[in-house]
Each structure stands twice: as C-alpha cells, then as structure tokens.
Design a protein around this ligand. Structure first.
Ligand code: 6PG
Length: 241
C-alpha cells in the first residue's frame, strides 16, 4: 500500500490542496490527450474542494465529468451529488453540458445504473468486459469506512468486473447507484479527501486496521489502487501518528 498522505491545518486547506492536485493531474492528462476524465463524489466534504477547483486554470472544455455515486433523487434535489458539483463547480467553469455524465437519480435504481454503465462504456469505447481508466477519481470517506456508495457489508465490495450498480443502503433506507470496485481500482489517480475529526476513527481503521474490506470498504481502494493521494487535516489524521 503506497499512499501519498497530505495533512493540512484544516478542512479549507485540505480542500484547496486536493483541488490543486486534481487540476494538476487534469492538465497533465490533457498535455497528452484530447480529453481528460474526472469522476467526483458527493456528500458534504467536496463543496469546499469544488469551490477551490472552480478557481483554478483548467481547460474544462476538454474535461468530461462523471460521478462516483449518486443518490436516487432528482437532479434538483438538495441531496443530489450532481447538483452539488453543478452549483459549486460545473456551472462556474461553464463545463459544456455534453461533458456532463451524471447518474440519472430520478430514474429507478436499476435503470439508472444500467444507463450509467452504458454511458461509461460508450464514452470509453470499452470492449466487452473491459474497465474504464479514469484519469482522476475523487473519493470521500464515511465515518463507517465506506467510500463511493460501497457500505460495510455490501457484497459488491468483492466485485472486480462490473462498471456500476444499484445498491440498497439499509441503514439509510435508500438506494444509491455507485461505480464498482473494479472501476475505482482501474483509475490512473485516486484522490481521497477526508478532513475533519469525524473521519479520524475511520482513517485509523482503514489505514492501520486489519484488512477487512467487508467491514471497511475504503480499504479496497486505499490498499490496492495506484497513485493514491489522501488529503487530510490535523483533526482527521490525529490517530495516524
Ligand atoms: C455520498 C458520497 C459518499 C461520501 C461519504 C462522505 O454520496 O454521500 O459519495 O461516498 O463521500 O459519505 O460524506 P461526507 O463528505 O458528507 O462526510
């Protein structure tokens, strides 16, 4: 497990550091290719990072944005991961709408998952059974050690072939659509942004605990993905020293 750990003073500086890394990685990708691909997560943490990223010089017209996961709500719902990114980043950088590849949370979960997988497969022009290599995948970390919408006990944590699936988060009594582990592991660069005291125990369990991915799903990514960067702050890194 080789993880680059970046510990900032607080959530604002952690978010800014993560945004700078994403911008750098996108520009590097664009130096060698016509387009770059970024998959973002939702929740509450990314807002500050999106704000920082929107202010950085990225050739957004050549960046395609996807989502790591989505709640099964309309794109206008305050819980929507699409809405968060759209308001705090995409609208500000005027990302062409053709570059937006959202998960259609307004549909039935299985339909949304199937459509999203088809969108990903078509964009990356994947051969049957192949997985996409996103240039950058941005992940968060739940206090329970989940990432994406791969929650503790989710059998799909062991999946390495699928692209996306609908999962039922029993503890939230809600459905989600999420990219599957094989896609997360195929990313060229993985950036986890996890500041705040409420992440300290999860980070300790995920990074220092025994490898039990069914219990701590984020371990699948942090232990096996390549080019992993964790953007923390002093509060969330408190149990790692
Ligand atoms: C979501 C996210 C999820 C998030 C973690 C952390 O849809 O909620 O994609 O994986 O990254 O739950 O959430 P916070 O940033 O709100 O702590």
């Amino acid at each position: 497990m080789s993880i680059h750990r970046h510990v900032s003073d607080g959530p604002e500086s952690a978010a800014a550091a993560c945004a700078r890394k994403i911008a750098d990685l996108l520009e590097t990708a664009l130096a060698g290719h016509a387009e770059a691909t970024l998959a973002v997560s939702g929740g509450s943490t990314p807002a500050l990072m999106f704000d920082s990223l929107a202010a950085l010089p990225v050739d957004w017209a050549r960046v395609h944005v996807f989502w790591v996961d989505e709640r099964m709500v309309p794109p206008t719902d305050a819980r929507s991961n699409f809405l968060l990114a759209d308001q705090r980043l995409l609208a500000r950088v005027r990302l062409p709408r053709t570059n937006v590849h959202r998960i259609h949370g307004e549909l039935a979960p299985s339909t949304a998952a199937r459509q999203y997988a088809e969108d990903v497969r078509a964009f990356f022009d994947l051969a049957p059974g192949a997985l996409p290599h996103f240039d950058v995948v941005h992940l968060g970390l739940g206090a329970d050690g989940h990432t994406a919408s791969l929650f503790p006990g989710e059998p799909l944590i062991d999946d390495r072939a699928g692209l996306a699936a609908a999962v039922h988060a029993a503890h939230l009594d809600s459905w989600r659509v999420t990219l599957l582990p094989g896609v997360l592991l195929a990313a060229r660069h993985t950036l986890m942004l996890a500041p705040g005291a409420d992440k300290a125990d999860a980070l300790h369990n995920v990074l220092r605990g025994a490898y039990e991915p069914r219990l701590y799903p984020a371990q699948v990514v942090l232990h096996h993905a390549r080019n992993v960067h964790c953007f923390l702050d002093r509060a969330s890194a408190a149990r790692l020293t």
